[in-house]
Design a protein around this ligand. Structure first.
Ligand code: 13P
Length: 329
């Protein structure tokens, strides 16, 4: 498949992406919250259940894996990527090395991982990856984000994007504006618009082909601690307005992260966007991590015998978000 075909397949009608690419630190945090130890065995048990769901391919176009997981196999020696391929699901890989403290910029992060990236991409491609993910993190607060932080993150995303396309891999470009804080939805709009504009400027400078990439944005939403929470209709309207103002023609689609929203919010916001705005020139779908996995992980609860419960839970959630991506929920 060409990168253009992969990008289109990722945002095919009624389909979205399952992000299960938690780094070792993040998966440990999620397991610990459930009282489960994070070991190679427990991570395998949980993640095996997610890549072996019969019928998941009806709703999921691609799954984002972590380095450990793209190398994993089932008990018969079949690679996880092959199990997914049998369901018609594409494999993706998280390639950034995490958002680190941005030197000289208190409270801000910059994502690292460009060093040696072409070699890693080559290996991931051999392991079956057809797309990749890089997450940049922008925090809203007193005097932040700074222009320096936005510029550094935009450049990182664009250089990564170019390296991916040179390796025949579709880059998912993820500039996440965090939901943390007491900012208003207006502030979220202002920052998201600026960030997305800078990201597309940087993609242009690096020569990233727009039809061979997917944008993974955060929604335009009130900060978690904001006293006045915007309605779901406002979130849908502001998010669509922001993307229409910044996403150039040619980008096949945007696949949102859930970013700490509840499952219900993640479903209703996406549904309202697709229901109320039918003139958007690119697809609007999901690339959810927590919103797809929350129930499944709780159902699994560290026990192999609960793997089927986890499978049922993730399939159920995938169906809900699939409907939301069509505006028919
Ligand atoms: P959440 O949906 O939990 O925000 O995760 C998506 C993701 O891939 C973050 O990088």
């Amino acid at each position: 498949m060409t990168i253009q075909e992969v990008a289109l397949a990722l945002v095919a009608d009624g389909k979205g992406i399952l992000a299960m690419d938690e780094s070792s630190g993040t998966i440990e945090k999620r397991f610990t919250a459930l009282g489960v130890e994070s070991s190679e065995d427990t991570r395998w048990s949980y993640r095996y259940s997610l890549v072996s769901v019969k019928g998941l391919g009806q709703f999921i176009s691609g799954v984002i894996l972590f380095d450990e997981t793209i190398r994993s196999k089932d008990k018969q020696g079949v690679a996880f990527t092959e199990l997914l391929a049998r369901e018609g699901i594409l494999s993706g890989i998280k390639v950034d090395m995490g958002a680190k403290d941005f030197e000289g910029h208190p409270g801000e992060k910059n994502t690292l991982g460009l060093e040696g990236l072409p070699e890693r991409l080559k290996e991931y491609k051999e392991l079956g990856a057809s797309f990749a993910k890089w997450r940049a993190v922008i925090t809203i607060g007193e005097g932040i984000p700074t222009d320096d932080c936005i510029a550094a993150n935009a450049t990182g995303l664009a250089k990564y994007g170019k390296m991916c396309q040179d390796a025949g891999i579709v880059p998912i470009i993820e500039p996440e504006v965090l939901i943390d804080g007491d900012h208003t939805i207006e502030k979220s709009f202002e920052v998201s618009k600026k960030v997305q504009e800078k990201v597309f400027e940087a993609l242009n400078v690096q020569g990233v082909a727009l039809d061979g990439m997917i944008l993974k944005p955060s929604m335009v939403i009130s900060g978690k601690e904001c006293a006045e929470q915007a309605t779901p209709e406002e979130v849908a309207a502001q998010t669509v307005a922001c993307l229409k103002a910044t996403v150039p023609l040619g980008v096949p689609g945007c696949a949102f992260l859930s970013g700490g929203q509840s499952d219900e919010q993640a479903a209703s916001h996406l549904n309202l966007m697709n229901k109320n705005f039918t003139d958007v020139p690119f697809k609007l779908t999901f690339s959810y991590g927590r919103a797809l996995q929350r129930e499944a992980m709780a159902a699994w609860a560290g026990k192999d015998e609960n793997q089927d419960l986890a499978r049922e839970a993730v399939l159920k959630k995938a169906k809900v978000y699939s409907e939301a991506s069509l505006g028919t929920l």
